[in-house]
Ligand binder design. Structure first.
Ligand SMILES: [Zn+2]
Length: 209
């Protein structure tokens, strides 16, 4: 059995969405200064690094991150590489074999973007592609881009299309070393009450046949 860690590490150098809170780490106690232990605090956006979006992100009535069902966040997933430049279109997703797939992780050129670089020209989903994936029965969509919408998007149409179909969105994965295929995914966001999102440790495990 092999594991792949798809999580981008959180550091003060982590790239964040333009205008969002940078990650900062404060050492409140330090052994080397004579304190009883090392103890740190962090400040970060709940959408920093690899993270899960809650329905609350795009709807005041939507559940927070603490209410996303665990059976969506853990289970069989398919990794597919899409060699697109920017837009993942309806034609791109209709060309995929998604029979029986409820969790889909999309590997694009954004996996090669370093953790400390924000891709302003990120790979995004067109709203009709998002809606189609939801209609096909996809319950969790993962992307290696920091958003499913373009940076300049005012209405976050792909986020809303996924939300309408109750598809959970996982963003900012790193799939660089992962061959396409079927795995078990564990995408567990921090249990922050009523939050619109939360950082997550996202791991793939090869399937035992
Ligand atoms: Zn997000």
């Amino acid at each position: 059995m092999q594991f792949y860690d798809l999580s981008r590490p959180l550091t003060p150098r982590s790239a964040v969405f333009p205008g969002d809170t940078p990650v900062s780490l404060t050492h409140n106690l330090l052994l080397r200064q004579g304190d009883a232990c090392n103890l740190s605090s962090i400040t970060l956006s709940v959408h920093a690094g690899t993270h899960v979006d809650a329905p609350r992100h795009n709807s005041d009535a939507g559940p927070g991150i603490d209410r996303i069902p665990l059976d969506v966040l853990i289970g069989r997933a398919r990794v597919v590489t899409l060699p697109v430049t920017n837009a993942i279109t309806l034609a791109d997703v209709q060309a995929l074999d998604l029979a029986g797939v409820t969790r889909l992780l999309v590997h694009t050129r954004d996996s090669d973007v370093p953790d400390d670089v924000f891709d302003h020209d990120l790979v995004f989903f067109t709203p009709d592609a998002a809606a189609w994936l939801g209609d096909q029965g996809v319950r969790l969509i993962g992307t290696d881009a920091p958003s499913v919408d373009p940076v300049s998007s005012a209405d976050l149409a792909a986020h809303r299309a996924f939300l309408r179909c109750a598809v959970v969105i996982v963003e900012n994965l790193c799939l660089r070393a992962v061959p396409d295929g079927d795995y078990e995914v564990m995408a567990l966001p921090l249990c922050i009450a009523e939050s619109d999102g939360a950082p997550a440790r996202v791991v793939l495990r090869t399937l035992t046949l």
